[in-house]
Design a protein around this ligand. Sequence first.
Ligand code: PLP
Length: 422
Amino acid sequence: MNLAERDQHIIWHPYTQMKTAALPVPIVRGEGALLFSEDGKTYIDAVASWWVNLHGHAHPYIAEKVAEQLRTLEHVIFAGFTHEPAVTFAERLLQILPAGQSRIFYSDNGSTAVEVAIKMAIQYWNNLDTPKKKIIAFRDSYHGDTFGAMSVSARSAFTAPFWPFLFEVEFIDVPTAGKEEESIKQLEKLAAQGDIAAFIYEPLVLGTGGMIMYKPEVLDKLMAICQQHGILNIADEVMTGFGRTGRTFATDYLQQKPDMVCLSKGLTGGTMALGATSCNEKIYEAFLHDDRSKTLFHGHSYTANPVACAAGLASLDLLLQPETQESINHIAQRHAAFAASIKDLPQVLEVRQQGTILAIEFYDGATSYFSDLRDTLYSFGLDNGVILRPLGNIIYVIPPYCITDAQLDQVYQTLKGMQEIV
Ligand code: PLP
């Protein structure tokens, strides 16, 4: 049996209908933007392996730092103990995070980073003895797969079996072009109720919801309304963080500053599972109390894993090199030029771009994640040596920043080919 067949007998894959899915592609090695399979094929990782990879696969600098840390201290309980990688990484994150963020709480992934932010927000109001239980979110948002994160995410097919178990959330429309005023009105009405704990949002780009993009000016307005009403602003930068939108954080395009920021994915450059939730001093201070019941009772066995923090530090070193920002700008320019070249093609409904994120919405009348078109486009990508994971009729590119011009050409060529088969 080869690797894929052995896998098929015992593994249950994420987001995969195991009855009908094709055999998984067995990857044996990665280098730069490329992945190499057991049967000798080469793939361009145009989705940065679920949007995590920033600097390329098996990056020698990150590998070296990770190996060094593994030989020094692989893990230690983070309650009552601390270590250099966790502290240094927190210090360095706070240097680049939006102004006002002052504390870092580590967890394991994007969902837990969101889960922690929700718990901080709810307990913040409890600790002040003015309980507020409602959260506002965008109707098409995706914040993760744990129960709190699902609750603040779209009521979609992803979460349908669990709806009875999700807490109630007030949803507002995403303020895309033409819908800004409606979205603002909806938020103003809810804010006036006085019982809203927090507003959680994916800044500028809603990822899994379909790479839906909206302008920073309107988010500034929504955040300002929240601030006026004492509603906490939670920026979910799990996807948008670490250069994806062209700047280090999507929040860097805004005037308003969030109370909390959720981070994961690019946090370690795609090397190790790690999440982080940052908050400002106002939030943190609400948990300082002689009454021990006001403690944030949250933690994970692997909280602040030293190896993951070392990977994060190494990735940050690379991210902050001027060459990386040049690569980000270059990808953004190439995306923009390609977008302009295809926007008028007959099968293209809309092309959206923000920094290194490019999305094409194909017109097929069926927008379902489960549409046959999705599977056809996915297979077409693989057949052309490019990993692309369509969201229904929306196909997107979020490449590692080290992707070469020739590789980008191959990705664009594949996308062009797709428009001919829809
Ligand atoms: N938040 C956003 C904006 C995301 O895009 C995702 C994942 O796609 C998550 C949270 C959840 O992250 P994870 O898959 O690491 O749990």
